[in-house]
Ligand binder design. Structure first.
Ligand SMILES: Cc1cc2nc3c(=O)[nH]c(=O)nc-3n(C[C@H](O)[C@H](O)[C@H](O)COP(=O)(O)OP(=O)(O)OC[C@H]3O[C@@H](n4cnc5c(N)ncnc54)[C@H](O)[C@@H]3O)c2cc1C
Length: 470
């Protein structure tokens, strides 16, 4: 017999309230996952809302399974769990002697040819299973296949507070109540729906945006996996024909009409706000993953299209459609033309096109490139000083701290930010402060702050942060 869940607190606009918790996390990427786990372990009731079927975001649903050395806390725990549960695959020079220094290698192209290397990746599907279990073990109440679509706000003094989020499920729209809400969508969707301020991706902060007409986001990407590749045969071809970038094969296929013009495009150095660091595809871009003969491949949105996939539905749809088309063309080219790929086949295409440069929320503090250059320290630092390489500044390494205020959006008093949606300027996010380990740490910081606020009966803004968590 069919039964309908009883609404726990009545309905408004016909939308039933189906659950409530101390902390509601919207989006289960590295940021949202760690926030949910930490808040739960710190004693809160926690709901996590995720539109796909597992947490992990870009790194599981998006297939980006690069495994890093643990940086402490939940990130280290994750890497250890992945290793214990046989999710990690390590390729090195013994299995891929022609990999280091190969122009086709996404990560290891710059190494001296033939040198030792170690490329660790986790299997996105089995890693996602582990993450599902970790949330269950902790007692986080998860809603998968639930798309966050809106918020309900109440006034609190000059500010707003979120009382409920609305999700779209197989039962239609439902509401979830909470005391503190955590932004984990990777594109600051919770911020945008709440009316909190943000800067659109693809440009500078408000003071310079008028003089920066380019407004091109860093291209998003759809990752995909191919198995059955004999890379030794590919490398033998590269050597034999002196064709390290496969340009002879690409030119032949293009001349035969087998490659569309927008596949294997030249890089557009210095033609946009991201200068030389444009992500392009002059040739095949791949990395070993999951096991022998299996590689992940990158298909990025052409920079020239300037797609804002996070806030423009037509752009988002075009990205999905066109990147599928490019993956289809690329896979057919590889199998038909490239030695070593004759028996290769597609095993996965990412569940979504990852957004590298979504909205940048404006928080109580906006971390800028100057903070890194001045190597600033803050009384409310969330970690001990971190040292990172800034590609913008000729690969200079800066040591700096990040203040807790970057986690507090302006205008909404009961929300915390995480991951790629922190209050950072675009130069500090791209290629520096949006990696998996850091995003996981940000989630843990937000989850801990939320639990402190719940325990002390205050808002996240009133939490006095004096001790780094990492
Ligand atoms: C193509 C690409 C390649 C990258 N390569 C690397 C790399 O090699 N190494 C590295 O360290 N980092 C890499 N990054 C960066 C890194 O993956 C991201 O910065 C990081 O995943 C951001 O974490 P997050 O938790 O903020 O968001 P995400 O990982 O984007 O997770 C957001 C989660 O929220 C969910 N969600 C979104 N909207 C809704 C909604 N409305 N309702 C319900 N759920 C929702 C999504 O399904 C997803 O699970 C890459 C990013 C991209 C896009």
């Amino acid at each position: 017999m069919h039964s309908t869940k009883t609404a726990i607190a009545g309905t408004r606009d016909g939308i039933p309230v189906v659950a409530e918790a101390d902390v509601v996390v919207v989006g289960g990427g590295p940021g949202g996952f760690a926030a949910a786990l930490r808040a739960r372990r710190d004693g809160c009731s926690v709901i996590l809302i995720e539109k796909f079927d597992m947490p992990g975001g870009v790194h599981t649903s998006g297939l980006q399974g690069a495994a890093n050395t643990g940086v402490g806390g939940i990130h280290t725990e994750l890497m250890e769990r992945f290793a214990q549960e046989n999710c990690i695959y390590i390729a090195d020079e013994t299995v891929l002697p022609d990999w280091a220094g190969n122009p086709l290698s996404h990560y290891d192209y710059y190494l001296p040819p033939g040198s030792p290397f170690r490329r660790a990746s986790f299997n996105p599907e089995s890693a996602g299973n582990v993450m599902v279990r970790m949330l269950e073990e902790a007692g986080v109440h998860t809603f998968y296949g639930a798309n966050f679509v809106d918020v309900r706000l109440e006034s609190q003094g000059e500010e707003q507070r979120i009382s409920q989020v609305i999700i779209d499920t197989v039962e239609g729209l439902q509401a979830i109540s909470g005391r503190i809400f955590i932004e984990g969508t990777g594109t600051a969707e919770l911020v945008a729906r709440s009316g909190a301020p943000f800067v659109r991706g693809g440009g500078r902060q408000p003071e310079t945006i008028e003089t920066d007409p380019v407004n091109r986001p860093i291209p998003g990407g759809l990752l995909w996996i191919m198995s059955g590749i004999d890379f030794a045969a590919t490398a033998a071809y590269q050597r034999r024909e002196n064709d390290p970038s496969l340009s002879k094969l690409i030119n032949a296929a293009r001349a035969a009409g087998d490659i569309p013009p927008d596949l294997y495009r030249p890089r557009l150095a210095a033609q946009g706000v991201y200068g030389d660091h444009y992500i392009g595809h002059p040739t095949v871009d791949m990395s070993p993953i999951q096991g022998p003969g299996t590689f992940i491949l990158w298909q990025n949105v052409p920079y020239e299209w300037a797609l804002h996939m996070d806030d423009d539905a037509a752009h988002a749809s075009r990205a999905k459609r066109e990147l599928r088309r490019l993956i289809d063309a690329e896979s057919r080219f590889l199998v038909k033309y490239v030695p070593g790929f004759e028996d290769a086949f597609i095993t996965h295409v990412g569940r979504y096109v990852g957004v590298r440069d979504g909205r940048h929320p404006i928080g109580e503090y906006v971390f800028s490139i100057d903070d890194a250059r001045q190597q600033r320290r803050f009384p409310d630092a969330v970690t001990r000083p971190m040292t990172k390489t800034f590609f913008w500044d000729a690969y200079t390494r800066y040591t700096f701290e990040v203040p807790y205020r970057c986690f507090l959006p302006k205008g909404v008093c009961n929300m915390l930010l995480t991951g790629a949606s922190l209050s950072f300027t675009f130069e500090t996010i791209f290629m520096v402060m949006r990696n998996f380990p850091w995003c996981t740490q940000t989630g843990e910081i937000a989850g801990h702050a939320a639990a402190r606020a719940i325990r002390e009966g205050i808002t996240p803004r009133e939490v006095v942060w004096r001790e780094p968590l990492f």
